[in-house]
Design a protein around this ligand. Structure first.
Ligand code: SAH
Length: 228
């Protein structure tokens, strides 16, 4: 079962996802290993704050390189482990932070399991940019406005084209495009820029001050909502 946990605040998990976790005999939780080899995982932090049996949690580090070879090797290994458990009659959940339908690398694992004939069900979650809109009290899109969600590969020129076409823009994975974003904001002083860090988690930040945003190094858990 593909279980979305919401963006950080444990209260933002759905009742359905929580029930699924409580009924699971194994809960697989992805994370990363930092420089010192310590396991770090937003999913695990959320899980630990929820009424679930922590002895059922299995953490696994996913290598964070652009080249996905190493990551896929880890997913292959986990897929085999999960297949064995399912063959023994276990109920296995795999967690994703936010909603698992948005930029979630775990989908590689589900594809593998599905190809092996294992039925997958998915429980929806609140994506980070929806929680961001609520935190800022934004009416994210109104009337005829259109929304576009972009990853960190976006360029300043692409953003310019979209804003001129009246798109409301959500940019995720900001740490990959800091310079492009700074360039774009500098060229468009009248824009409304809503910047967020660590929504619903330790270090939560909401900022609209462009001068401050312009000097920031964006961390991994940051996103932006930009409106004309
Ligand atoms: N599935 C997630 C997104 C995973 S991709 C979702 O639905 O939100 C990771 C990117 O999501 C980060 O680079 C950041 O842009 C955004 N993100 C996820 N959680 C966040 C949080 N709590 N605060 C700020 N940004 C977050």
């Amino acid at each position: 079962i593909n279980v979305s946990l919401g963006p950080g605040n444990p209260e933002l998990i759905t009742v359905k996802s929580l029930k699924t976790l409580q009924e699971s005999t194994s809960i697989y939780c992805p994370g990363t290993a930092d420089k010192n080899g310590n396991f770090k995982s937003r999913s695990l932090t959320i899980l630990q704050a929820l009424p679930v049996d922590t002895t059922r949690i299995h953490c696994f580090p996913v290598p964070m390189s652009k080249d996905r070879t190493e990551a896929n090797r880890m997913y292959d290994q986990i897929a085999l482990e999960i297949q064995e458990k399912i063959n023994k009659g276990e109920i296995v959940s795999i967690t994703a932070e936010g909603d698992s339908g948005f930029y979630s690398s775990g989908n590689y694992l589900f594809e593998k399991l599905s190809n092996a004939g294992i039925p997958i069900t998915t429980s929806a979650g609140i994506p980070a940019f929806i929680a961001a809109g609520a935190l800022a009290g934004l009416h994210i899109v109104k009337q005829e406005e259109k929304l576009i969600v972009l990853p960190g590969t976006v360029s300043s020129g692409e953003l310019q084209g979209l804003i001129e076409k009246n798109y409301v823009i959500v940019i995720m994975k900001l740490s990959q495009c800091t310079d492009e974003i700074h360039r774009f904001i500098a060229k468009n002083p009248s824009l409304h820029v809503h910047y967020f860090e660590n929504i619903g988690a330790t270090g939560e930040l909401y900022c609209q001050d462009k001068e401050e945003i312009m000097t920031k190094e964006f961390p991994y858990f940051s996103l932006m909502i930009i409106k004309k």
